[in-house]
Design a protein around this ligand. Structure first.
Ligand SMILES: [Zn+2]
Length: 62
């Protein structure tokens, strides 16, 4: 079980995962098309305000 930092797995884990800005629920988005069409909504609160999880981590630093 030595899965430390696999760049491929990491990018997959983060690029497909978005976080609802409203309730911070994690949402997996399978296709970027849906995102561009704003067709992705949070399951919990129905908000369309999502942000990539990857960015969220960067923002925490700032
Ligand atoms: Zn939400």
């Amino acid at each position: 079980m030595a899965e430390r930092s696999n760049p491929v797995a990491d990018s997959r884990l983060f690029t497909d995962v978005y976080v609802c800005r409203n309730c911070k629920a994690k949402i997996r988005v399978s296709s970027q098309k849906l995102l561009r069409m704003n067709a992705v909504r949070c399951r919990r609160c129905g908000s369309k305000a999502l942000r990539p999880k990857h960015r969220e981590i960067k923002k925490l630093k700032v």
